[in-house]
Design a protein around this ligand. Structure first.
Ligand code: CO
Length: 429
C-alpha cells in the first residue's frame, strides 16, 4: 500500500467515524472483509492458532487479534493500543431549549475540548439511540445526520470590542448550539427529530418509545490534504482515530511471527479511562486470559510481551515554539515521537524506547523524542494504565500534530505512514 492510498483511506475513515460507536463499527466492517471473525464476550470462544478474531465492549471499545503460539516456553503478545474517543459536545438527557425565537440543544463538554474552534462551524449530530419495541424489548441503533443541523454563532466583535484580547468562553452559557427557528404555535422536541432520522436511515422500525441516547456534535467539514506542497492532513479527531486506523491497517496486513498480534482501541481515554470499557477496565486483561487460560503460561507470556501505545504528540508550533523544551521539539513530518516522562505519565522506559528505536532503524523510519517543559503539566495516555492493568511493558509513542483537541487538528502526510511501517515490522517480529 502506498503512502497516498494509505492517507486517502485514512481521510475516509476519519470522515465516516464521527463517534466512537461509528469508529468501532468501521473497524469491525474493515476487518470482517479481511477474514476476522466477530466474537461476543458472553459466548464461549474456541480460538485456533493463526485464527483472526475481534471483540467489542459497549459498542465503543474494540479488540482484534491473530492467535499465535501458546507454547509456555515461547508464547508472547505484540499489542498496539489506541483510543476511539475525542473531546466533543455531548447532548444532555433533557436537551430541549426554546428561547429568543430559537430552538437550541443543551450540551455537556466531553473531555478537554478546545472550545473556541466550535464556534461558526457547520455542525452535525451522530451517536447511538436506544428504544423500546412493541414487545417491551430494548434495542439500539447508530444514527448520523451527516448534513449540518446546528451552529454555535460567535458574538459579533461590535458587541464585544475586547474579544480578540480577552474573550472568555462560559461552557454553560455560550456553547449552546442553535438547531432552528422556533415556530410560535408548534411544540418542539429533539426526540421527534431523532425519530425522523432513525426512519430516514432504517425505514420503519418497531419503535414504541425512545428510551435514551448517547449523541455528540461534530464538524461537517470533510478531512483534507492541505498546504502548498500537500504536506498536511487537517481533520477532526486525528487524536486518536489516526492511531486506530494505523493500527487497523498494520494488523490487517500483518504476517505474524510466533507472537499473538493484538490491536486494542479503548473508549473513555479523554475522560480518564475509568469505565467498564476504558483502559482501566479488565477488558484487555480478560482477552489475554482467554488467549492464555493457563495461569503460568499467561504470566510468562506477559513478561515476553510489548505494547506500543499510540496516541498523537504535540508537534512544535512555529508561533509558540517556547511551549516546548528546547531539546524536545518534535516536528511534523519528522516521524513518530517517543514520549518520555520520568513521573510515569507516559509508560516508556529506556528499554521499551530502545525496542521502538530498533524497529525504526529496521524500517528506515526517522524517530523523535518528547519530554515536557518542567514548568508545564504533562498529559497522559492509556499507556501507564494498560501497563498497570496487565503488567506488560509499554512504550508510549504518537505521530506529531498541532491543535490537539480542536475541532480541526493538523498532522503531516508522512508520519502516519511511517508509524504504519513500524507497526507492521512490530507485528512481524
Ligand atoms: Co489522545
Amino acid at each position: 500500500m502506498t503512502q497516498e492510498n494509505f492517507n486517502h483511506e485514512l481521510l475516509r475513515f476519519l470522515h465516516a467515524s464521527p463517534t466512537p460507536f461509528h469508529c468501532v463499527q468501521n473497524l469491525v466492517t474493515a476487518l470482517e472483509e479481511t477474514g476476522f471473525t466477530l466474537l461476543a464476550e458472553e459466548d464461549a470462544w474456541h480460538l485456533e492458532r493463526g485464527g483472526r478474531y475481534m471483540v467489542t465492549r459497549g459498542d465503543s471499545t474494540f479488540c482484534a487479534f491473530i492467535v499465535g503460539d501458546d507454547d509456555p516456553d515461547s508464547a508472547s503478545l505484540r499489542i498496539v493500543g489506541a483510543h476511539t474517543d475525542s473531546p466533543c459536545l455531548h447532548v444532555k438527557p433533557e436537551p430541549d431549549i426554546d428561547r429568543q425565537s430559537c430552538r437550541q440543544l443543551a450540551v455537556e463538554i466531553y473531555g478537554g475540548a478546545l472550545l473556541g474552534p466550535w464556534f461558526d462551524r457547520d455542525l452535525s449530530i451522530a451517536g447511538r439511540v436506544s428504544y423500546r419495541d412493541a414487545h417491551g424489548g430494548v434495542s439500539s441503533v447508530l444514527i448520523n445526520f451527516q448534513k449540518p443541523v446546528a451552529v454555535i454563532p460567535s458574538l459579533a466583535i461590535h458587541l464585544d470590542r475586547e474579544a480578540n484580547a480577552r474573550r472568555e468562553i462560559n461552557a454553560q452559557q455560550h456553547v449552546v448550539p442553535v438547531l432552528s427557528l422556533a415556530a410560535e404555535d408548534e411544540e418542539f422536541s429533539f426526540g421527534d427529530a431523532l425519530r425522523e432520522q432513525i426512519e430516514e436511515e432504517y425505514g420503519k422500525l418497531d419503535i414504541d418509545l425512545l428510551l435514551d441516547f448517547d449523541l455528540c456534535l461534530y464538524d461537517c467539514q470533510a478531512p483534507a490534504i492541505v498546504g502548498l506542497a500537500d504536506e498536511f492532513i487537517c481533520s477532526a479527531r486525528l487524536d486518536n482515530l489516526l492511531s486506530c486506523y494505523t493500527g487497523l491497517k498494520s494488523l490487517e496486513n500483518a504476517s505474524p511471527g510466533g507472537a499473538t498480534c493484538l490491536l486494542v482501541c479503548h473508549d473513555h481515554e479523554e475522560v480518564g479511562s475509568t469505565s467498564a470499557s476504558g483502559a482501566q477496565s479488565p477488558f484487555l486483561a480478560d482477552v489475554i486470559a482467554r488467549l492464555f487460560p493457563e495461569r503460568e503460561t499467561r504470566q510468562r507470556a506477559v513478561q515476553r510481551s510489548l505494547m506500543i501505545s499510540a496516541d498523537n504528540a504535540h508537534a512544535v508550533h512555529p508561533n509558540y515554539a517556547d511551549k516546548h523544551d528546547p531539546n524536545h521539539r518534535p516536528v511534523i513530518g519528522g516521524g513518530p515521537v517517543i514520549k518520555f516522562n520520568a513521573n510515569q505519565r507516559y509508560a516508556t522506559s529506556s528499554e521499551t524506547a530502545a525496542l521502538f528505536r530498533n524497529l525504526c532503524i529496521e524500517t528506515g523510519v526517522p524517530v523523535q523524542a518528547m519530554a515536557m517543559r518542567n514548568d508545564m503539566a504533562c498529559g497522559s495516555t492509556i499507556g501507564p494504565i494498560s501497563a498497570a492493568e496487565t503488567g506488560i511493558a509499554v512504550v508510549d509513542v504518537g505521530i506529531p500534530q498541532w491543535a490537539m483537541h480542536s475541532v480541526r487538528e493538523t498532522a503531516g502526510v508522512r508520519d502516519a505512514y511511517y508509524l504504519h511501517r513500524v507497526l507492521q515490522a512490530f507485528f512481524a517480529s
